[in-house]
Design a protein around this ligand. Structure first.
Ligand SMILES: C[C@](O)(CO)[C@H](O)COP(=O)(O)OP(=O)(O)OC[C@H]1O[C@@H](n2ccc(N)nc2=O)[C@H](O)[C@@H]1O
Ligand SMILES: Nc1ncnc2c1ncn2[C@@H]1O[C@H](COP(=O)(O)OP(=O)(O)OP(=O)(O)O)[C@@H](O)[C@H]1O
Length: 299
């Protein structure tokens, strides 16, 4: 099965151009190495983040009653656990803002898919409400707030492809090629915490440089463990490899991806995807669609 959730699609483009909707794009980890573990248990890593032109969409209505209301419901989550609600509340509290907001999330990205959907939703709420409430925090201040919600939130706030270190908060802008990818969701939800807490995880990668990545000396160090814990992820990686692609997992999974020569090749391969999986053809983007949307608001 494949679904369309590209920001260039007619419906989405209309929604974005109407000046109402804000995009929350997916990300890929083009590689992921774990270099150590901090005293608080969080892992230090090296990764290269790039955005995709697919993702979730959010609508906001500003109110003057100070209430934060999510009009959507995410299965298995109480409203106060929803990263949209938590991000709005955090921004409101830390700025003393008296306005409220009604938030509507059109969820498209799979949860626990390694595409960073929850973190991206949180970042879009921070960036959009900072603009709509006119709370005037800098992007650094928003990223610092976001880090307390999740390790991946800062990259989505900065909205620029980046080489990342620390737990994902030390970011250096990067400009990798922007290919067409085939992204596959093998139908399983991977709990990031479960992967990071497994004794079998490799945590001793020697630090590398961008040149090492360009020379192909980088991969996703979580892959062997996730293959063992979630065999479907290994099957999807093998399916891409058997099709002649260089397959990789994003984050702690479950999604896997490969760069294809062009749109036609990617669509062709998508056409032969086993029906038990979901797949998308998406372009890599070094500037996040969120940045485009913010610029539209500011002009
Ligand atoms: C795997 C990546 O997606 C790579 O981009 C991120 O490092 C994960 O970021 P995230 O989903 O925003 O993760 P968080 O929600 O902050 O953390 C989920 C859980 O994963 C573990 N965790 C997460 C990130 C990290 N660098 N070290 C960790 O040990 C922690 O146990 C944490 O409780
Ligand atoms: N708005 C939200 N969207 C998605 N998940 C949310 C949201 N709010 C809270 N969550 C929680 O966050 C968890 C991680 O969701 P997310 O979609 O970010 O996974 P992920 O793509 O694997 O993340 P990462 O790649 O950052 O590890 C979900 O399983 C869910 O419990």
């Amino acid at each position: 099965m494949n679904t369309q959730l590209n920001f260039a699609d007619q419906q989405w483009a209309a929604s974005l151009e109407s000046g109402k909707a804000w995009p929350a794009p997916a990300k890929l980890n083009l590689f992921l190495h774990i270099t150590g573990r901090r005293a608080d248990g969080y892992h230090e890593l090296q990764t290269l983040f790039q955005f995709l032109d697919i993702g979730d969409l959010l609508d906001f209505a500003i109110t003057d009653d100070g209430q934060i209301t999510c009009l959507h419901h995410l299965q298995g989550l109480n409203p106060e656990q929803d990263l949209c609600w938590r991000a709005a509340r955090l921004l409101q509290k830390s700025t003393g803002c008296s306005a409220g907001a009604q938030i509507h999330l059109y969820k498209q990205l799979p949860m626990g898919g390694g595409l960073g959907g929850g973190s991206s939703d949180a970042a879009t709420v921070l960036v959009a409400l900072n603009a709509l409430w006119n709370t005037q925090l800098s992007s650094e201040e928003l990223a610092a707030l976001g880090l307390s919600l999740g390790a991946d939130v800062p990259i989505f706030v900065h909205a620029q492809a980046a080489w990342a270190e620390g737990v994902g908060e030390y970011l250096q802008a990067a400009d990798p090629p922007e290919p067409i990818y085939l992204v596959i969701h093998p139908g399983v939800h991977v709990a990031t915490g479960r992967v990071f807490s497994d004794p079998g995880l490799t945590r001793t990668c020697p630090p590398i440089t961008m040149s090492d990545f360009i020379l192909g000396r980088a991969g996703n160090v979580c892959e062997p463990l996730v293959r063992r814990l979630y065999p479907e992820v290994g099957e999807a990686l093998d399916w891409l490899s058997n099709a002649g692609c260089e397959a990789r997992m994003t984050g702690t999974g479950s999604c896997v991806f490969a760069a294809l020569g062009d749109q036609a090749a990617a669509q062709n391969l998508l056409g032969s995807l086993p029906s038990r999986w979901t797949g998308w053809v998406a372009r890599g983007r070094n500037q996040s669609p969120l940045m485009d949307r913010l610029q539209l608001f500011e002009n």
